[in-house]
Design a protein around this ligand. Structure first.
Ligand code: UDP
Length: 460
């Protein structure tokens, strides 16, 4: 018998590809061959951002299929992307599987498919062709639990059946006595770009939520100790937290990045005092308007502290270079702006004191794993719910609150930075949580054991 061969299929977005790629590396170190299936669009980005030191690794083969959108279409519009995927990807995936089954020697044939839970249609395609299946859940157990409880939320009169919107906006509810309260406005599907997108995403998650019935496992990028009540509530040995899935150890190997990271910021960090730098990053999709961008720049200036700020070229409407002109002249070397950072290495650097973050789940897990306290600036999707865990449950961060003009002011930025960094208890809790997270992925830890359970089952 040959090596087990897994097909890995992410949702085509940076925050989904990255942790699945880390899972791919871990599976390779347990004897798997991996075929990693991206969309054509992301495949091209991934290859161009790949480290030049990377030699083709025979254990991970990258292939691609179309995403159903036209060249030039907006691939950051998640709702449109999800609608398009389903029109074309199932056929292409099936073609790949059938080809591999017929053309490859017995020992090289695929044995299982691990797909993002948001691509649940793929499980039917895989099963039809004799593959074993597991789902990958890249977000929190809390978000997973809210999605699984859509029928209960409808029955309890919390959300509307047709589009998942709040019956009473802002209402707080509990899914069970042990689970922290949730705000109906913070439900994942109610925080998309607009109400039409909310509806599309609500429809998608409703279609996908029962996919767990059709898979052997759901592996999650979280850890049991971070979300104990949620995992206890879900109460099934099928759902295995195996996180945090951190890819920063994979130097010289493809981490799954769409942009190449500007590593000059590491030398700049080396020159800064320990525990002094504010790291500011909003992930791969979030944007702010020009007014808010300028206020954020002024706020960072006002703190008087060193900062490292990731400004993607598409982070705001206007040319970034014009917006930053005055700031760079005024602050000189005290601040550094990069288009994309090696975030996991940045967060592990001793110079970093806090993380001003949009609270994407990967960023949340990465901050937690490095004991860095947060300044939370959630924008959409699951980020508001993640903020609740960071600030109200784990108590390792502060919320930034938009004012009546929907603006986070420069004064608030300065005040929150001071408040966070003056609070020694916050840092202590962040360090304690880091220890728990790291213990979990080490030999004997909960995530380590769960990963072994998953691997042993899928190897057979
Ligand atoms: N990231 C990075 N460099 C950056 C900004 C982000 O490598 O300058 C990575 C970050 O480490 C994380 C991912 O991009 O793994 C973003 O995922 P997250 O879930 O935090 O946010 P999303 O992009 O999905 O909104």
């Amino acid at each position: 018998m040959g090596r087990p061969h897994a097909l890995l299929l992410p949702l085509p977005a940076q925050g989904h590809v990255l942790p699945l790629m880390e899972l791919a590396h871990r599976m390779v170190s347990h004897g798997f061959t991996i075929t990693f299936i991206n969309t054509h669009f992301n495949h091209a980005r991934l290859l161009s951002a790949m480290p030049t030191t990377y030699n083709t690794n025979p254990s991970i083969n990258f292939i691609s299929i179309p995403d159903g959108l036209q060249p030039g279409d907006d691939r950051y519009h998640v709702a449109n992307l999800c609608k398009a995927l389903i029109t074309i990807m199932p056929l292409h995936l099936e073609e790949i599987i059938i080809n591999m089954m017929h053309k490859q020697p017995e020992q090289d044939k695929p044995t299982c498919l691990i797909a993002d839970q948001a691509m649940a249609w793929a499980f039917n395609v895989a099963k039809k062709n004799g593959l074993r299946t597991a789902a990958f859940w890249p977000a929190s157990a809390a978000t997973f639990t809210s999605i699984r409880n859509v029928p209960k939320l409808i029955q309890d009169g919390i959300i509307h059946e047709h589009d998942g919107s709040a019956k009473t906006p802002g209402v707080i509810f509990r899914l069970s006595p042990g689970i922290p309260p949730m705000n109906v406005n913070h439900l994942f599907w109610n925080r998309q770009l607009d109400s039409e997108s909310n509806k599309v995403i609500f429809h998608c998650i409703n279609t996908n939520k029962d996919s767990i019935k059709n898979v052997e496992f759901v592996v999650c990028n979280s850890f049991y100790e971070a979300e104990k009540p949620e995992f206890d509530y879900l109460n099934t040995s099928k759902i295995l937290p195996i996180g945090p899935l951190l890819s920063c150890q994979r130097f010289g190997k493809p981490a799954g990045l769409f942009w190449s990271a500007d590593t000059t910021c590491k030398a700049w960090l080396d020159e800064q005092d320990v525990n002094s730098v504010i790291y500011v990053a909003f992930g791969s999709l979030a944007t702010v308007d020009e007014r808010q961008f300028q206020e954020l720049a002024l706020g960072l200036e006002l703190t008087g502290r060193p900062f490292l700020w990731v400004v993607r070229p598409d982070f705001t409407g206007k040319a970034i270079i014009d917006l930053l002109k005055g700031l760079e002249d005024r602050i000189g070397g005290r601040g550094m702006v990069v288009e994309w950072s090696p975030q996991q290495e940045v967060l592990a650097h001793p110079a970093v004191s806090c993380f001003m973050s949009h609270c994407g789940w990967n960023s949340t897990m990465e901050g937690v794993s490095n004991g860095v306290p947060f300044l939370c600036w959630p924008c959409f999707g699951d980020q508001h719910l993640n903020q609740t865990y960071i600030c109200d449950v784990w108590k390792i961060g502060l919320k930034m609150n938009p004012d009546e003009n929907n603006m986070i002011t420069k004064e608030q930025i300065k005040d929150k930075v001071e408040e966070l960094l003056d609070d020694g208890e916050m840092k202590k809790r962040a360090l304690a949580m880091k220890e728990i997270a790291i213990k979990g992925i080490e030999k004997g830890g909960s995530s380590f054991e769960n990963f072994n359970t998953f691997i042993s089952a899928m190897q057979v």
